[in-house]
Design a protein around this ligand. Structure first.
Ligand SMILES: Cc1cc2nc3c(=O)[nH]c(=O)nc-3n(C[C@H](O)[C@H](O)[C@H](O)COP(=O)(O)OP(=O)(O)OC[C@H]3O[C@@H](n4cnc5c(N)ncnc54)[C@H](O)[C@@H]3O)c2cc1C
Ligand code: FES
Length: 324
C-alpha cells in the first residue's frame, strides 16, 4: 500500500488501548477517549475496527456449531447472548499526539446493537482492542477555498476530526452543518445555543479549538434550524457569490448522502462522500462492503470497489449509487 494524504501511513496497528473516559454526550451516544502507544499516522475519514466484547468472554471463544449466531446484522453477527463476535467499524472522531509517542483517540458511538451497547458500558481503565487506521480518508489538496462539512447523526464524528485537521492547516473559510433527528440525539458538545435561522455561529465545541461556525438542523426543530442538512446547505449557498468553488465533505445516513450528492451537483460544488457500508472485516478480505464506481478502464465503464480500502471516502462522481 502506498501512503497518501488520505491514507498517510501504509501501517495498520492492532493494539490494546486504555480507556481514559467514556462519557454520555446525549441520549444514545457516548464519547470514548482511549490512549495507546505507537499508533500509525491517520487522516480524517479513516476508521478503526473495534473488538466489542470482553477478551475473556467465554461466549466469544466457545462457539457451538449447533448454536449458530443470528445473521443479518450489518458488519457482523452476534451470538444469542448478545456478544458481538466480529469487530465493528467506527470513524476516528479525534486524535491527539503527545511528544512521548502516546496517542489519544476518540470515538463517538450510538448504542444500537450488542457491540455498541458493550462500548457504552466502558469505564476508565478498561482495555479496548482496536485495529487501524483503516481505509482512505478525505483528500483535501487545497485549503484556500470555501469548505462545508456536512454531517448527519453518527456521520458527524469523522467531520470533527476533519475540522481539527483543517484548522491545523490554516483553512479559514470552513462552515459546519450538523444534523440530527432531535435535540437529545445531537452527538456534539455545544458552546452556545445554535441559531434557528440560517446564520452559522461558533455554537459547537470543535476539536483543537477549530474556530468554524456551525449550523445545526433537527428534523423536529427542537434545536437549531427545523429541517434537513440539505436545506441548510442550500441556504448557506444562497449567501455566497461564488458557491461553485466550494468543496463539500459529507458523512451520514444513505438518504442524506444521496440528497447531498444531488444538491451539490445542482449547485456545481465539488463533493466527497464518506459512505458507511456494512463492514465485516474492514481489511479488504470479506467483500461485504462492495460498491460500484466509475472506471473508464474497466469493461462497461465501472467496477466494484471495496469501501473499506478504497473508501470509505470517495469523490461523489465516482460513486454510481449516488449518480442520480
Ligand atoms: C466506516 C464506518 C464508520 C462508522 N462510524 C461510526 C461512528 O463513528 N459512530 C457510530 O456510532 N457508528 C459508526 N458506524 C456504524 C457502526 O459500525 C455500527 O453502528 C455498529 O457496527 C453496530 O454494531 P452493533 O453490534 O451495536 O449492532 P448490529 O447488531 O451490528 O447492528 C444494529 C443494526 O444496525 C444496522 N447497521 C449496522 N451497521 C450498519 C451500517 N454500516 N450500515 C447500515 N446499517 C448498519 C444493522 O443492520 C442492524 O439492523 C460506522 C460504520 C462504518 C462502516
Ligand atoms: S469490510 Fe471486508 S472487504 Fe471490506
Amino acid at each position: 500500500m502506498t501512503a497518501s494524504a488520505a491514507n498517510p501511513s501504509s501501517r495498520v496497528a492492532a493494539r490494546n488501548a486504555r480507556v481514559l473516559r467514556c462519557t454520555d454526550i446525549c441520549r444514545e451516544h457516548v464519547r470514548i477517549e482511549a490512549e495507546l502507544d505507537g499508533f500509525p499516522a491517520s487522516a480524517p475519514g479513516q476508521f478503526l475496527q473495534i473488538q466489542c466484547h470482553d477478551s475473556d468472554d467465554p461466549a466469544a471463544r466457545l462457539i457451538e456449531w449447533t448454536d449458530m449466531p443470528r445473521t443479518g446484522s450489518a458488519g457482523g453477527v452476534a451470538s444469542a447472548d448478545e456478544t458481538a463476535w466480529l469487530r465493528r467499524p467506527f470513524s476516528i472522531a479525534d486524535r491527539r499526539d503527545a511528544p512521548d509517542g502516546r496517542t489519544q483517540l476518540e470515538v463517538i458511538s450510538r448504542a444500537i446493537g450488542p457491540g455498541t451497547r458493550w462500548l457504552s458500558k466502558l469505564r476508565t481503565g478498561d482495555t479496548l482492542n482496536l485495529t487501524g487506521p483503516l481505509g482512505s480518508g478525505f483528500r483535501i489538496a487545497e485549503v484556500n477555498r470555501p469548505m462545508v462539512l456536512v454531517g448527519g447523526g453518527v456521520g458527524i464524528p469523522p467531520l470533527l476530526y476533519l475540522a481539527r485537521a483543517l484548522a491545523a492547516r490554516g483553512a479559514a473559510d470552513v462552515t459546519c452543518i450538523f444534523g440530527a433527528t432531535t435535540r437529545d440525539l445531537l452527538p456534539v458538545p455545544l458552546r452556545g445555543e445554535p441559531t434557528s435561522d440560517s446564520t452559522p455561529t461558533p455554537c459547537v465545541e470543535l476539536p483543537g479549538g477549530a474556530p468554524y461556525p456551525t449550523l445545526v438542523t433537527t428534523d423536529d426543530g427542537s434545536i437549531g434550524m427545523r429541517g434537513y442538512t440539505t436545506q441548510a446547505l442550500s441556504t448557506w449557498a444562497a449567501t455566497r457569490a461564488a458557491a461553485e468553488s466550494t468543496l463539500v465533505c459529507a458523512c451520514g445516513p444513505d438518504g442524506m448522502l444521496r440528497a447531498i450528492a444531488r444538491l451539490t451537483r445542482e449547485l456545481r460544488m465539488a463533493c466527497q462522500l464518506c459512505i458507511e457500508k456494512p463492514m465485516a472485516c474492514g481489511l479488504g478480505t470479506c467483500l461485504s462492503c462492495v460498491t460500484r464506481i466509475r472506471d473508464g478502464r474497466a469493461d462497461g465503464g465501472w467496477r466494484w470497489a471495496l469501501a473499506c480500502t478504497e473508501g470509505p471516502v470517495f469523490e461523489r462522481d465516482a460513486l454510481l449509487e449516488y449518480a442520480s
